[in-house]
Design a protein around this ligand. Structure first.
Ligand code: 0GY
Length: 290
């Protein structure tokens, strides 16, 4: 583990907000354990172990029914820890993997049977070496016939350049953490308006309204992030997802209390109807349609 790595919260609080029945934590990861699932040689960080047992324990403690596990960059394109977690979850987890364009068809089918429903394209330079867009497009064409989608992670400053590529993808596209807005600039800044416009103009684009702890400049209780997520939930109630982001890779300022993160949900989705869409209907439609 990196010397400055912060491990996940060892004793999260019980949330006061009661999640609706069937709620999905639609953005979380597994790290190792390294002894069973070694980290990738090309990784940019070495985390603490955070395996499936801990993830499922947290799921039950917080009151979630299901997880969507997203391949973390510390495992590169080796999705073994994720697939192992999906198999152990007994239908209660789906996965988003990292793959190359020449992955054998049989391997895609094996992943699909395990519960994989998407691929992740990462553009964040501190996390990965760049992949050419043609390669990503080839991958998207390979997975589209399976009914999978693409999850993208990028920084707000890169959206203008990336938008034509995102609009060219042949699948639904889920944007991690609202495209990482600079919350210091405010919701009416052209950068965030560009993201809202992208969602307005392309109904295939979804957003995870996740990671207040990562985007906040103020720290808990993350008041400065609320207007951003609330705006996206209000405008696009049928295309938003929520997740804990456990075990919170690369959090250097503090480690969030996962119970407090759940208590953040009613601040960004104030009505029962919007909470149900965000936590149940939307993730079920995208990940458990079959
Ligand atoms: C996140 C955010 C981060 C890391 C990763 O795969 C990853 O390594 O996603 C980050 O460092 O911002 O969504 O977990």
């Amino acid at each position: 583990m990196d010397p400055d790595w912060l491990c996940f919260h060892s004793d999260p609080s019980a949330p006061a907000f009661r999640l609706p029945a069937g709620a999905v934590d639609a953005h979380c990861h597994v790290f190792g354990p390294a002894a069973a699932f070694p980290f990738a040689p090309e990784r940019k960080y070495t985390p603490c172990d955070a395996g499936k047992d801990k993830l499922f324990e947290l799921r039950d403690f917080l009151g979630f029914e299901r997880n969507v596990i997203v391949q973390a960059t510390c495992h590169g394109r080796d999705n073994a820890a994720l697939i192992d977690a999906l198999r152990a979850a007994g239908g209660r987890a789906r996965g988003v993997v990292s793959i190359g364009p020449d992955i054998p068809e049989a391997e895609l089918k094996r992943m699909d049977a395990a519960g994989v429903r998407g691929v992740r394209f990462n553009f964040v330079r501190r996390l990965v070496d760049a992949t050419p867009r043609e390669v990503f497009l080839d991958i998207a064409r390979r997975i589209a016939p399976l009914g999978w989608h693409v999850v993208v992670y990028f920084e707000a400053a890169d959206l203008e350049d990336l938008a034509p590529f995102l609009n060219s993808l042949p699948t639904p596209v889920v944007v991690d953490h609202m495209g990482r807005p600079d919350v210091g600039k405010g919701v009416d800044h052209p950068d965030f308006r560009r993201f809202v416009r992208l969602m307005e103009e392309n109904e295939a684009i979804w957003s995870k309204v996740t990671c207040p702890e990562r985007l906040s400049l103020q720290g808990p209780p993350y008041d400065d992030v609320v207007p951003f997520a609330a705006r996206i939930v209000e405008r696009f109630p049928d295309r938003v997802l929520w997740g804990t982001d456990w075990p919170h890779p690369n959090m250097k300022t503090h480690m969030p209390d996962d119970g407090a993160l759940v208590d953040h949900i009613p601040r960004i989705a104030p009505t029962t109807a919007s909470q149900r869409k965000l936590l149940v209907d939307n993730p079920m439609r995208l990940y458990w349609a079959r």
